[in-house]
Write a protein that binds this ligand. Structure first.
Ligand code: GLN
Ligand code: ZN
Length: 762
């Protein structure tokens, strides 16, 4: 019998109950008992829905009040000094202050939250553990054990989920005096021993230990540490399944296959090629869990080929075969049944977490009882779904395909090199030295959101809505003129989100009502779904930008989201490559850029906030990604005349390893986030002899603090040491949509003053 399990289930609830409860608790309208009750109900519901779907071994430990990595920091007592409660055990409020920071009532000062960063290549963010050289570990959190009891009391057979010792250390950050995190392993391992013993004492038979870093390029000392660590844990009485996901094991395959544990989980969705090798390399006593249903996307599984593979694996492995989603279902929306506004055809192509559990169960049934009518019926249905998608004219658009096929390398090439373009642009734009601009959005006030909502609900007419947005544009333009900014923007009042706004206007995108996925803590995102060939039926931004330009004699910058960012923040198709989807998006955006130019717009910015995020986990795959990602950008940007200036914007502060690709994008101007790094990251641009213009952010928009002029001048002087003055722009780190107007104006007054003062010095 092939056994079914999941690596984790979404914890937010199908109505985002956890989000609502957390926010109520933080606001003080729900007490701790109430919050805990919501948690208990959600866990019970999630175990039940998985069991009803046919999952044999249910995960415990996948629930978290905020984040599963943070759970482990509490479990092991990795609680930085600043959060430690005065005498006594950490409580829920300790957890939330680690996650969100806290105000210390005693002394007025704030306690800064732990840093947050992306969980591998997903859009989930975890809280980065902070380790010190003298780090001590101590079991400090009972949640896991309590939840195991809770599940067992409900009659479930459970498999607790732990983040493995090496992955946990890898994810953390060394604080204070420099030291090697790996040195902490010896101290940490006894804690894993204790946890395993306690779980065994609770009657648990199997535990899942996640070591996703096995799909990364690991330094040799980390590789060696795996054997050491698991040799020690081998003594513990439980059976251990080491889980890997988000990629292939590649050079770590032998290592992973031979760890002294009882089972291994691999991701066959992201790395199907590792399957035959792993079968040959896996010791004969071990369970092999095959992750065959994509835990990270919304598409229904094509059952037939997967079942064939599983049946073959079953012949080799027999009882030792387990069937699972590729990774935790944390990354997929909860329940497709809730979608009452998707058309039937599209809905029949999709599967969310609940449906994915059913797929896993069905596949196992197909292995155990291949002739069962339920299996046969499901296969027939699956075949029909695949056939309908393969033939659907909603998906396959010959015009889009033909256009893409006709694209030549010259379409990704501006007419003249930067030096020539730049001279033409300077002559046309007549900007001063250190030109000032902003990144695009201005404060999204409650009034703006209300107007948008009312319009979407049909309560505000198109005319009234347009007038409301025009008023916002007039206001933004007036403010910018008064501030004395050189290149203006329209302010993006009409945009809910930089991806969704464009997705809604493109053919080939669909939207769910409840397709929420946790991003961090109580924050959820609802990515749009790319289901078909992408095209732009009509101009998307031209009327707004044209209107904005009519309000001013200054240069108005058009504002678009780039193809890579559109792709990275959506659920992509699985039937065509990411590259093709990016190229289709690029052509749609290219048309928009050209239409803006035709409408008299002289500068167009194409934001690529997610460019770096798209980097594959393995270095060997970077080159291919960067090639198509850069080309997609160039394809957007190269339809215009030399004198039209193309900007791009990227908000992160790590460019060293991708600087060559950034230069290859050949944007006339790039604005980046730099204020917090004291302009140091400009060194990457200097060392590479980056030739085009750069706008290093001179203030951090993430905080309401208003920096003074001197501070920004000091930063700009740092910048001038690295980049010639005539190629520098002056702008904030990112868009201002999360800020309020008073601090926005105050900061921009100082920014313009800084640029003016500096001009006097050159
Ligand atoms: N133009 C967008 C804005 O100003 C850019 C946002 C981003 O880079 N994340 O909001
Ligand atoms: Zn940004």
């Amino acid at each position: 019998m092939a056994i079914t399990h999941t690596l984790g289930f979404p914890r937010i609830g199908h109505d985002r109950e956890l989000k609502k409860a957390l926010e109520a608790y933080w606001q003080g309208s729900l007490d701790e008992a109430g919050l805990r009750q919501v948690g208990r109900e959600l866990r019970a519901a999630h175990w039940q829905v998985q069991r009803d779907a046919g999952i044999d071994l249910l995960p415990v430990g996948d629930f978290a009040w905020y984040d599963q990595v943070l759970n482990h920091s509490l479990l092991f007592g990795v609680i930085p000094e600043r959060f430690r409660p005065a005498g006594g055990q950490p409580g829920l409020d300790t957890l939330f202050s680690m996650a969100r920071g806290a105000t210390k009532s005693c002394c007025g000062g704030g306690v800064q939250a732990q840093e947050m960063t992306k969980w591998f290549d997903t859009n989930y963010h975890y809280l980065v553990p902070e380790f010190t050289a003298d780090q001590q570990f101590r079991l400090s959190w009972e949640q896991l054990f309590e939840e195991v009891d809770e599940a067992r009391a409900l009659g479930h057979e459970v498999k607790p989920v732990l983040i493995g010792p090496l992955t946990y250390l890898w994810l953390g950050k060394a604080k204070g005096e420099a030291f090697d995190k790996l040195e902490l392993l010896e101290r940490l391992l006894p804690l894993y021993g204790e946890v395993l013993q306690r779980l065994a004492g609770q009657g648990v038979a199997w535990v899942q230990i996640d070591e996703p870093i096995l799909v990364l390029d690991l330094p040799q000392d980390w590789k060696s540490a795996f054997e050491r660590a698991y040799n020690l844990l081998q003594r513990e009485p439980l059976k251990k399944l080491v889980a890997t996901y988000f990629g292939g094991l590649e050079d770590n395959l032998g290592l992973a296959a031979n760890l002294p544990v009882d089972g291994l989980h691999i991701d066959l969705v992201r790395a199907p090629e590792q399957y035959p090798t792993i079968l040959d390399r896996l010791p004969a006593y071990k369970v092999l869990s095959l992750g065959v249903v994509n835990g990270r996307n919304v598409w229904r599984c094509d059952l037939e080929p997967v079942l064939t593979l599983l049946q073959e694996a079953h012949q080799r492995l027999g009882e030792r075969l387990w069937v699972a989603p590729s990774c935790s279902l944390l990354h997929s929306p909860v329940d497709l049944e809730r979608e009452d506004q998707l058309d039937g055809e599209l809905k029949s192509w999709l599967a969310f977490a609940v449906q994915k559990c059913r797929e896993v169960a069905l596949l196992a049934k197909g292995v155990n009882e291949p002739e069962h009518p339920v299996v046969q019926a499901a296969l027939t249905e699956s075949r029909a779904v695949q056939a309908s998608r393969a033939a659907s004219p909603r998906i396959h658009k010959p015009q889009v395909r033909d256009r893409l096929a006709a694209i030549k390398p010259r379409h990704s090439q501006r007419h003249s090199p930067f030096a020539e373009r730049s001279a033409l642009q300077r002559a046309r734009l007549q900007l001063p030295l250190f030109p000032t601009t902003t990144i695009g959005s201005f404060p999204q006030t409650p009034a703006i959101r209300l107007a948008r909502q009312a319009y979407k609900q049909g309560k505000l007419s198109l005319t009234d809505y347009t007038e409301a947005m025009h008023a916002e544009i007039r206001h933004a333009v007036a403010v910018q003129e008064q501030l004395g900014l050189d290149v203006l923007v329209h302010g993006e009042a009409e945009r809910n989100d930089m991806v969704e706004y464009f997705a809604e206007q493109l053919d080939g995108y669909a939207f769910t009502r409840f397709g929420w996925v946790q991003s961090y803590g109580s924050r959820c995102v609802k990515p749009a779904v790319i289901y078909g060939d992408l095209s732009r039926p009509a101009p998307m931004t031209v009327e707004w930008i044209r209107y904005a330009q009519q309000q001013t004699a200054k240069v108005m910058k058009g504002m678009l989201t780039g193809p890579v960012t559109m792709l990275m923040w959506s659920f992509p198709r699985e039937d065509v490559s990411r590259e093709i989807q990016a190229r289709q998006l690029a052509l749609a955006i290219r048309d928009e850029v050209c239409d803006l130019e035709a409408a008299g717009i002289r500068i167009v910015q194409i934001d690529e906030a997610a460019f770096r995020e798209g980097l594959p986990l393995r270095r060997t795959a970077w080159k291919a990604y960067l090639e198509w990602a850069v080309d997609a950008f160039r394809l957007c940007a190269s339809g215009v005349r030399d004198e039209t200036q193309i900007h791009t914007h990227m908000c992160y502060s790590e460019f060293n390893d991708v600087i060559e690709a950034i230069a290859a994008m050949d944007a006339d101007v790039i604005t980046i986030e730099t204020s917090r790094s004291q302009m140091e990251l400009l060194e990457a641009f200097r060392d590479f002899h980056y030739p085009n213009d750069i706008g290093p952010g001179v203030y951090d928009i993430h905080s309401p603090r208003v920096p003074d002029t001197a501070e920004m001048i000091q930063l700009l002087q740092q910048a001038v040491k690295r980049i010639p003055a005539e190629r520098l722009w002056v702008n904030p780190d990112c868009g201002l949509k999360t800020r309020a107007w008073p601090e926005t104006e105050a900061a921009l007054i100082n920014m313009v003053a800084a640029a003016r003062q500096l001009r006097g010095q050159f």
